[in-house]
Ligand binder design. Structure first.
Ligand code: PMP
Length: 351
C-alpha cells in the first residue's frame, strides 16, 4: 500500500487473471483461448496495418468495424458499441447502467469479473444461487431492483439457457438493464441479439477473443438499443475516446469477413469438446453439458486440486475451481485434438 493510493485503489478487490506461463512447450488449457491461430487473412491485415500511419490516431468512432458488425448481426451501426475486449465493454456497461444504491443480480457462480466491477463502482449485488444441476436459476434473476448480468453460456459451467429463458429474464426486469454476456455463444448457445430490437433494456456483449482466436488483440462489442449504445459512448468518450487501436481494428474487420475459416475452427472445437466429454465421463467424472469452449469437470477418484497440480507438473495447465459453496471442480479449455489426447492420457495414468 502506498500513501498515495486513493480510497478507490485501497478498497479495490481486483480480478485475479488465469496463469499465463511464459514457457512455450506447455499445453495451455486454463484461460479458454482458441487453440487455433486467427484467420490468415486477419493476420495479414494486421501486418499490413503496421505502417507509418500508426503515428495517427485511430478512428474514435470505429465506424467501419461497427458497420461490419451491424451487417452480421442484422442491426444498424448505431446499435453497436466496440471496445478493447468485452471486459472493457462490460466495465463501461456497469458504469453506464447500474447505480450505487440499487442492487443488481448475478448468478452466484459466474464470471468473477462481475463482482469486481460492482465493487469498483460501489454497486450492491445479490448473488443468486445456481440450481442443483448447476444451471442458472432463471426465476432468481427476475424482478431485480437495479439490473441483471449473466453470461450465456455461463462460465465456468458452460451451461446455456434457452432463448425463451433469457427473454423471460429480460421481460421480468422491464425498468432495468439486463446484460447478457455472450463471450462463448458461438460454441453452441442461442444468441439473444435478435431480441435487442424488441427490448430497449437488453444489452448483449460479445468478443472476438474466443470464437475468432483474437484474445491477444482485445476486441469486444455490445449490441443494444440506440439509447444504451449512446450511454456506452458517453462513458467511453469520458475515459479514452480511442480505446481500439489501428491494428486491432484492421484484424477485427478482416476476421469478421472470413466466415469460411472460422466456421471450420468452431466446428472442430465442438467435435473435440464432445469426444473429450465422453472420454472424461468414461472415467466416471462428472462433466457439464457445455455449450462453450471449455468443460466444467468434477473428477472422481482423484481430488481436483491434486489433478490440477499433477497436470501442471507435466506441463498441462487447467484451472482449479474452488469457491465457497462449490468445491472440487476443474475447468478445462478445449485445445486441439492432439493436446486433448495428451490430457486424457495423462489423466488416465493418474486415476
Ligand atoms: N465474459 C466471460 C464470461 C469471459 O469468460 C471472458 C474471458 N475471460 C470475458 C467476458 C472477457 O473476454 P475478453 O475481454 O477477452 O473479450
Amino acid at each position: 500500500m502506498s500513501k498515495f493510493w486513493s480510497r478507490t485503489v485501497q478498497e479495490a478487490e481486483p480480478y485475479v487473471p488465469g496463469e499465463q506461463p511464459t514457457e512455450t512447450d506447455i499445453i495451455k488449457l486454463n484461460t479458454n483461448e482458441n487453440p487455433y491461430p486467427p484467420s490468415p487473412k486477419a493476420i495479414q491485415a494486421m501486418e499490413d496495418s503496421i505502417t507509418s500511419d500508426l503515428r495517427k490516431y485511430p478512428s474514435p468512432t470505429a465506424e467501419r468495424l461497427k458497420a461490419i458488425i451491424a451487417e452480421r448481426e442484422h442491426v444498424t451501426s448505431d446499435q453497436v458499441f466496440v471496445g478493447n475486449g468485452s471486459d472493457e465493454v462490460l466495465a463501461f456497461a456497469f458504469q453506464a447502467f447500474f447505480e450505487p444504491d440499487q442492487t443488481i443480480k448475478m448468478p452466484a457462480i459466474t464470471y468473477s469479473f462481475y463482482p469486481v466491477y460492482a465493487n469498483l463502482y460501489d454497486i450492491p449485488f445479490e448473488q443468486v444461487p445456481l440450481n442443483d444441476d448447476l444451471s442458472i436459476q432463471v426465476d432468481g434473476l427476475k424482478q431485480s431492483v437495479g439490473g441483471v448480468i449473466f453470461p450465456n453460456p455461463n462460465a465456468p459451467t458452460g451451461l446455456a439457457l434457452s432463448l425463451s429463458d433469457v427473454e423471460s429474464i429480460v421481460q421480468a426486469n422491464p425498468a432495468q438493464v439486463v446484460i447478457v454476456d455472450e463471450a462463448y455463444v458461438e460454441f453452441g448457445a442461442e444468441s439473444a441479439v435478435a431480441l435487442t430490437t424488441q427490448y430497449p433494456n437488453l444489452l448483449v456483449t460479445k468478443t472476438l477473443s474466443k470464437s475468432h482466436a483474437l484474445a491477444g488483440m482485445r476486441i469486444g462489442y455490445a449490441i443494444g438499443h440506440t439509447g444504451l449504445i449512446e450511454g456506452l459512448e458517453r462513458i467511453k468518450n469520458s475515459f479514452n475516446s480511442y480505446t481500439m487501436n489501428r491494428v486491432s481494428l484492421a484484424g477485427a474487420e478482416e476476421a469478421l469477413a472470413d466466415d469460411a475459416y472460422y466456421d471450420q475452427v468452431l466446428s472442430d472445437i465442438v467435435v473435440t469438446r464432445d469426444w473429450v466429454t465422453e472420454r472424461l465421463k468414461g472415467l466416471g467424472f462428472w462433466v457439464s453439458n457445455s455449450k462453450a469452449n471449455f468443460l466444467f469437470v468434477q473428477p472422481v477418484g482423484i481430488e481436483a486440486d491434486v489433478l490440477y497440480n499433477e497436470l501442471k507438473a507435466q506441463g498441462i495447465y487447467i484451472r482449479y475451481f474452488n469457491k465457497p459453496g462449490l468445491t472440487g471442480f476443474v475447468r478445462i479449455s478445449i485445445g486441439t485434438d492432439d493436446e486433448m489426447t495428451k490430457l486424457i492420457d495423462a489423466i488416465e495414468n493418474m486415476v
